[in-house]
Design a protein around this ligand. Structure first.
Ligand code: F6R
Length: 364
């Protein structure tokens, strides 16, 4: 069942290049991005004045990527929020609000309740879902399946990759409907989407680099993941994975916030995973890495190959291919997942079934 792999989690990470291809299938045709499920016309969209992403855990982190991209490409105010908060306040939404509901299982109790609340308030809803025919899939106005295949390990890996990819494609598709994506930009995205499978394979071929790094860090008890913009969204996901399967306390933090508190915790025993793949803010992140180094902290950076400055400041660097900035989360998450996996394995833990957790959280 595990296809010869030690754990489902590793098997599912190794499936990611294929998942990337499956999520794209039928969504790029004749050089154009098109999500047939989202067959809105311009008028439908004319009145949308805010966008929400509502989800839990890893799916919420995928939604956070969506928030940045909606602001950038649709130019509409956007928020991402965990479903258990959204459902118990008074979110000010109405028929001009578009709510993306993101869920691998489509059965998460809080996510489903948030969806029902959004519908009660007449918001328009789109589901980004893996399990076909699940409750979320049935109750949203429009569902876009991510086609990641069954995910068995409790820790979500390949579903995140497909969620981010499908959310990105959906936003670009909506941008086209409202004339906010020009032809040149669309062409660029189409080309870059097609490179992702190869990029993911390249990262996986180098997975032993991460495994060997872990041999020096397996006993740490605390770590920070830092990044800016999309790298910040990734830092939250990297930290969640490490907590959940390796039982190491980890915090995802906006790199620029370090000096507003957590820098006090940095000592020569600290490990910081610095994610520096979002080129426009790379200089800023490098300054933050220097702040950590000045306190003696150890830094593992994840950076693109063309990042020439990073090796001067970080202790170790894991290089990823030169992916388009707005698509980085889809492949940068892979080394973060591998780091958590190898840490948990080095600590001899039950990776596919972490303590206290269930795959599908159908009760509150
Ligand atoms: C983390 C993880 C959870 C889920 C969350 C939402 O690895 O798996 O955080 O992402 O429980 O589940 P779904 O996507 O099924 O709604």
């Amino acid at each position: 069942q595990k296809g010869g792999f030690k754990h489902f989690m590793l098997k599912e990470i190794l499936e990611e290049p294929d998942v990337i291809v499956e999520a794209l299938r039928g969504r790029i045709k004749n050089g154009e991005i098109e999500i047939p499920e989202l067959d809105f016309d311009k008028n439908y969209f004319k009145n949308i004045n805010q966008v929400y992403f509502v989800a839990c855990g890893t799916a919420y982190h995928a939604g956070l990527v969506g928030k940045y991209l909606v602001e950038k490409y649709l130019n509409i105010p956007a928020q991402a929020e965990v479903a258990s908060e959204f459902r118990y306040r008074n979110p000010v939404i109405d028929e001009r609000t578009l709510v993306f509901v993101v869920s691998q299982s489509g059965e998460t109790a809080d996510t489903l309740a948030a969806l029902r609340l959004a519908k009660e308030k007449k918001a328009k809803t789109i589901g980004i879902v893996n399990v076909v025919g699940s409750s979320v899939a049935r109750e949203v106005d429009k569902v876009v399946y991510i086609h990641a295949g069954p995910e068995i390990a409790v820790a979500s890996t390949k579903a995140y990759v497909a969620q981010v990819e499908v959310i990105t494609l959906s936003i670009l598709h909506l941008a086209k409907i409202i004339d906010k994506l020009n032809e040149a930009n669309e062409k660029l995205f189409v080309e870059e989407f097609q490179k992702l499978e190869g990029f993911a394979r390249e990262i996986l071929e180098n997975k032993e680099e991460i495994a060997s790094f872990v041999s020096t860090t397996k006993n740490i008890e605390e770590t920070f993941f830092i990044g800016r913009n999309l790298d910040y969204a990734l830092s939250l996901e990297g930290a969640l994975k490490l907590k959940e399967i390796a039982y190491v306390h980890a915090e995802g933090y906006p790199a620029g916030e370090l000096k507003h508190g957590p820098l006090a915790l940095i000592t020569p025993n600290s490990l910081v995973i610095a994610i520096d793949t979002f080129t426009p803010l790379s200089d800023k992140t490098i300054s933050n890495i220097k702040e950590v180094k000045a306190r003696g902290g150890k830094v593992l950076a994840i950076a693109k190959k063309d990042n020439t400055r990073i090796k001067e400041v970080a202790d170790s660097v894991f290089y990823i291919p030169n992916v388009l900035d707005d698509l980085t989360p889809i492949i940068t998450v892979i080394p973060l997942q591998l780091f958590a996996y190898y840490m948990a394995d080095a600590r001899g833990l039950d990776i596919d079934k972490p303590r206290n957790l269930a795959k599908s959280v159908t009760v509150e």
